[in-house]
Design a protein around this ligand. Structure first.
Ligand SMILES: [Ca+2]
Ligand SMILES: [Ca+2]
Length: 250
């Protein structure tokens, strides 16, 4: 999968062209029917995108879009994309992007943290650090013995940002922030409010004024790469992307 900003009109044409067969009588399946996430509202009747992310669609606007990198090699023959890429000298090589399987595993591994309870629920000895054994014990409680080993590898891999084999409250907060954002797309103007709610979950209590100040400022140092004082989803995802991970593909 690769993430590319493409003009709305190119995206609309890709969807429309890939679905031409459904308007034939009888309908013709061509195997390239382009699906999209529920943030895109597209009408098969008018062949138009009506809205994206709840905002009116603008064909001239650029939209950050993720799709298989092979589209740029010509698979499924998305002519409008190929023409646009050629005109604008956009090149996507085979090393770009991330394998779909890995992206999906990371996403679900991040989401699993939402089921793991508070930091205190996992940190059984209360020393402020979560070890692999503590993650495993909690995973057995939450998910059962049968899948615990699989879950441990995934959740440790995605949350241990500095790769030292343990999880700190900040690391847990980052992964929960990302997981919450995957579900609710909270990384907008309400980011800090959302982070407060996350702080409450991670600390297992309503954070005190001092807790929040400390945690949020530490979090800002980790996430606010460009120093604007605001944490963007891109910044959170970049931090997640720097995770030193075991190979989850084997
Ligand atoms: Ca511990
Ligand atoms: Ca760590």
């Amino acid at each position: 999968m690769v993430a590319v900003e493409i003009p709305g009109k190119v995206l609309e044409d890709m969807i429309t062209t890939s679905r031409q067969g459904i308007h034939k009588d009888p309908p013709v399946a061509n195997g390239g029917y382009l699906h999209h996430c529920d943030q895109v509202k597209y009408s098969n009747d008018t062949c138009k995108i009506e809205s994206i992310g709840g905002e009116p669609f603008d064909p001239e606007e650029k939209y950050l879009t993720t799709f298989p990198g092979q589209f740029f090699d010509g698979i499924d023959n998305h002519e409008s994309l190929l023409e646009w890429a050629k005109e604008n000298n956009i090149r996507v090589d085979n090393e770009s992007g991330k394998p779909v399987k890995l992206a999906i595993i990371e996403m679900f591994a991040a989401l699993l943290w939402l089921d793991m309870g508070s930091f205190a629920d996992i940190d059984k000895d209360g020393d402020g650090i979560i070890t692999r054994d503590e993650v495993k014990a909690r995973a057995i409680e939450v998910f059962g013995v049968a899948v615990a080993d699989l879950v441990v590898e995934s959740v440790m891999g995605v949350a241990d940002l500095n790769g030292n084999g343990t999880i700190t409250p900040i690391e847990m907060m980052v992964v929960r922030f990302v997981a919450t954002d995957i579900l609710d797309h909270v990384a907008t103007n309400e980011e800090l409010c959302a982070m407060n709610a996350v702080a409450a979950q991670v600390l297992g209590k309503r954070p005190s004024h001092v807790d929040v100040k400390r945690v949020v400022s530490e979090l800002h140092n980790i996430l606010d790469e460009d120093g604007t004082g605001k944490i963007t989803r891109d910044e959170a995802m970049r931090v997640l992307g720097e995770v030193r991970r075991r190979s989850l593909l084997i």
